[in-house]
Design a protein around this ligand. Structure first.
Ligand SMILES: [Zn+2]
Length: 124
């Protein structure tokens, strides 16, 4: 199943880039992040899109929510969108162990938050 997600996401990315015009040709850093499918609980790397829930390219269903990572569970959890997360004090915490969730988790499917050009980049 992850293979299908990758293929479909890749195709959509290509289509999206091709349709964006050449103005931002030098800007290769596509703004992507990890979403979590609230139905399958699977983390999905996707271009940043609003509003959420967003359509999961793999299923065609509007089930993608922004994902945050729990370092204790080593799991991505779906969270409310940024404009709503502030009104939910517990939204930024792991539902199981209350560990503060972070965007700084390992991306699924071998993807990298910084792209393939940066290897061993310095964090902080
Ligand atoms: Zn946890």
């Amino acid at each position: 199943m992850p293979t299908h997600i990758l293929i479909i996401a890749g195709v959509l990315a290509v289509i999206g880039l091709a349709g964006c015009g050449a103005d931002n040709a030098e800007q290769q850093s596509v703004n992507r992040m990890v979403y979590v499918d609230t139905k399958t609980k699977q983390p999905v790397v996707h271009e940043i899109i609003t509003p959420v829930p967003a359509v999961n390219p793999a299923t065609g269903e509007r089930t993608l929510m922004p994902g945050l990572y729990c370092s204790t569970c080593q799991t991505w959890y779906p969270v409310p969108p940024p404009d709503q997360i502030n009104s939910r004090p517990n939204a930024g915490q792991c539902p199981k162990d209350k560990t503060p969730l972070t965007t700084d988790g390992p991306w699924p499917d071998g993807e990298s938050p910084t792209g393939s050009s940066l290897v061993g980049g310095a964090e902080n």
